[in-house]
Ligand binder design. Sequence first.
Ligand code: FAD
Ligand code: EPU
Length: 339
Amino acid sequence: MRVRHNVALTDANTLGFSALASRYVEVATLDEACQALALARRYCWPLTVLGGGSNVIMQHYLSGLVLRPVGQARWIEALDDKRALLHVEAGVPWHTLVVELAQAGWWGTENLALIPGCTGAAPIQNIGAYGVELADVLEAVHIVHLEDGRYEILTREACCFGYRDSIFKHALQDRVVIVRVVLRLEREPKPRLEYGGLSQRVPVKPIPIDIVDAICALRREKLPDPAVLGNVGSFFKNPVVAESLASRLYQSYPDMPIYPTVTGDAKLAAGWLIERCGFKGYREQHVGVHDRQALVLVHHGGGNARELLDLAERIKLAVYECFGVMLEPEPRVIGNEGH
Ligand code: FAD
Ligand code: EPU
């Protein structure tokens, strides 16, 4: 384990904003993570845990210590001939894992293909796509508390998962490092094809890798590749509003997508609201809104977090003035503007 100083993080965030970490350490094992945490406690360095940087808006300077879990191990624990638990260390790239599992014929994670980032970050916002959320396949999360180095295993129930939500955004925000995720896998075919025209894109009896391939193709049609155009996927969550407000909006906008939720509320499509406010394809000097998906804000190069956040505020205000609906950002802002 080596703590490095003044490390550039420009390639470590998918928006591609220029950023510098005062101190930076990669930890490959539990032992190294505990040593790094002890060091941070001793010198009172504030800690930022970083994965693939695909859901953060990085401001220029990160003081204290940036800790990046990079453990790559994964191993299977068979439950019976049809079910298994998969233990995965935090540093494993999520999409690589999904492809590996699908190629090996396991069902469970295939709809979550092509989501960037590391497995250790997946529980933070309960990653979701194409009708499936991490919570549907998660068994447990292994964590280390930053405060005292205590190791704990959280069950799925203890993670309090919701739509783009978990205990890691509330009681445990900035208080733990996730070191391992345990997933439930099945051999029994369980295709989930209800969402977004998926069923028309796969064979009648698909195997997991057919679904991975179809989802990758669908996603590539809409979402920009961060290697080409900086972005963090959806910039806002889809707003969940009272059914009464959704009905009123529907009277005025009969083509507005509205999805009922299990709680009796309604989820609206933030991308639709933003497009209706005229922002799709909008561009300022360095930042803008993607021309194929209005929910994705993009960085064209040479810009910074402030410019993107200012644009996001203008979009929020326009949507609120037009529809009376408040959008909430999905990614987190980390670091400070100045040195
Ligand atoms: P980071 O951005 O590095 O970190 C995100 C947050 O998690 C930060 O607060 C960080 O401190 C914390 N964190 C990271 N690792 C750990 C850890 N080991 N322990 C404790 N805290 C940690 N998300 C979806 O849900 N569905 C999608 O379909 C989707 N599509 C996307 C498409 C694109 C093109 C992009 C760029 C992003 C997309 N995302 C999507 C968002 C993002 O990929 C996920 O949220 C992903 O899980 C973030 O992983 P990361 O490793 O990059 O996390
Ligand atoms: N829409 C528009 N205009 C747009 C974009 C979308 O009218 O510019 C409409 C679509 O026509 C559709 C609806 O909005 O009727 C929903 O669009 P889409 O299916 O593209 O999904 P989304 O709601 O925009 C969500 C997730 C994505 C996830 C996809 C697929 C959120 C915030 N976003 O996007 O997650 O990949 O569904 O399941 O829930 C992410 O979180 O970063 C992310 C990319």
